[in-house]
Design a protein around this ligand. Structure first.
Ligand SMILES: Nc1ncnc2c1ncn2[C@@H]1O[C@H](COP(=O)(O)OP(=O)(O)OP(=O)(O)O)[C@@H](O)[C@H]1O
Ligand SMILES: [Mg+2]
Length: 381
């Protein structure tokens, strides 16, 4: 086994030594390092062991740790497996309880089980979403995609790169104090504390670096965007960027993106824009990273999925159904659909994230959706 194990609350070095003997790296941390948004750690441990033998109060802090790091496995060390304590632990999100006497075998198997239960990381770390035409639903997808990753893998950041026109904060129902403008104007002094102060935490755990109402003093500089993304990648498992299609500098700054998704619909003007946009992106980033997301899919459209692929010369990665009322209500209430599992549009966002997590297994939803438009193919990839 390898990885880092955070240890909280231990009064001696026994756990540290057992962890080291298990081949993992122990780091002694304070609760605040993990529970508070201003925690001092540069990267979070894979697993955390909380020793509550001397201080039971530590149990009450575990929920806060899980809120900030939903995918991090938490094991606790207790004097004995009392039912009341176990119940409290379970409610707090603890995955494993270790009782005395602590042995090498017990620690190793507990850490092993916690590691296995960690959510599989998503396909890549940085995802760029670009609408091929205004109003095609790029922000809806960026927000809900990020929300869904945050739900399943934790530690996700959404960056709204529409510097002075973005509306991701509205979709998320937050009113940011600091914005992308503060980040881009201060790339030379980016450090973790400064950066964490700029991002907005949303109720689900998704972080947002929001657009501003203020214009940048100068034009958007691709190098500054690159610096910002490269910096942010160190602190998040996934970063989703809502990219303005009309800003050349933004389109030129996507080097860190492992996937670039162009959002289209079944309309010819959108597809013609998409063709030009994809050609331009392909020149800079190659074909592999670029694919299409079809929003408001319409099974009665004259233009099928394979027509879309041919017209744009790119493959379709996923399709999202049209569901006007819930989409509008979600935007108006600042409550992204993907915050819940209800409804076919919300389901489709989660399905998309699942498909990215296990790309070799076409999901039922993907199969069914691709099935009705391109009957001969089980998957558009
Ligand atoms: N799958 C969908 N079904 C129904 N309505 C949708 C869907 N996706 C988005 N919408 C609605 O379409 C409208 C435009 O969506 P959105 O703001 O996400 O588009 P956009 O591409 O980001 O626009 P802009 O070019 O202004 O940035 C919103 O009212 C949104 O609720
Ligand atoms: Mg938008």
């Amino acid at each position: 086994m390898n990885g880092t194990v955070g240890i909280i609350g231990a009064r001696d070095r026994q756990i540290e030594e057992l962890v080291r003997s298990a081949g993992m790296r122990p780091v002694v941390v304070q609760v605040e390092d993990l529970a508070s948004p201003r925690g001092a750690l540069s990267s979070s441990p894979d697993v955390v062991i909380v020793d509550v033998r001397a201080d039971r109060q530590l149990l009450t802090q575990i929920a806060a740790i899980k809120r900030r790091h939903p995918s991090m496995g938490v094991a606790i060390v207790v004097p004995a497996l009392e039912p009341e304590l176990m119940l409290l632990a379970m409610r707090a999100g603890v995955t494993e309880c270790l009782a005395e006497p602590l042995t090498q075998g017990a620690i190793e198997s507990a850490i092993g089980r916690v590691m296995v239960q960690r959510t599989a990381p998503v396909e890549g770390r940085v995802f760029a979403i670009i609408g091929a035409k205004g109003g095609v639903g790029a922000t809806t997808i960026a927000v809900n995609f990020a929300e869904s990753i945050a739900r399943s893998a934790g530690e996700t950041l959404l960056i709204d790169l529409h510097v002075a026109t973005g509306d991701a904060a509205v979709f998320l129902g937050v009113d940011p104090r600091f914005t992308i403008v503060d980040a881009l104007e201060n790339t030379q002094r980016l450090d973790e504390n400064f950066f964490r102060g700029l991002v907005m935490h949303t109720p689900s755990g998704l972080d947002l670096l929001a657009a501003s109402v203020r214009l940048l003093a100068t034009q958007l500089d691709p190098q500054r965007v690159r610096t910002l993304v490269d910096f942010a990648v160190r602190y998040y498992r996934a970063i989703v960027i809502d990219v303005p299609r009309t800003d050349a500098a933004a389109l030129d700054a996507l080097d860190a993106a492992s996937s670039i998704f162009v959002v289209v619909n079944h309309e010819l003007p959108t597809l013609s824009n998409a063709y030009r946009l994809v050609a331009r992106l392909r020149q800079k980033y190659g074909s592999d990273r670029i694919s299409l997301l079809v929003n408001r899919s319409d099974k009665h459209s004259d233009i099928s999925l394979s027509d879309i692929e041919k017209a744009v010369n790119a493959r379709v990665k996923h399709i999202f159904p049209s569901d006007y009322k819930p989409a509008l209500a979600a935007a108006n209430h600042g409550q992204p659909l993907a915050r819940s599992s209800e409804g076919r549009l919300a389901g489709s966002f989660h399905e998309f994230v699942r498909a990215l997590t296990a790309p070799d297994k076409p999901t039922e939803d993907t199969r069914r959706m691709f099935g009705w438009l391109t009957p001969k193919r089980s998957h558009a990839d």
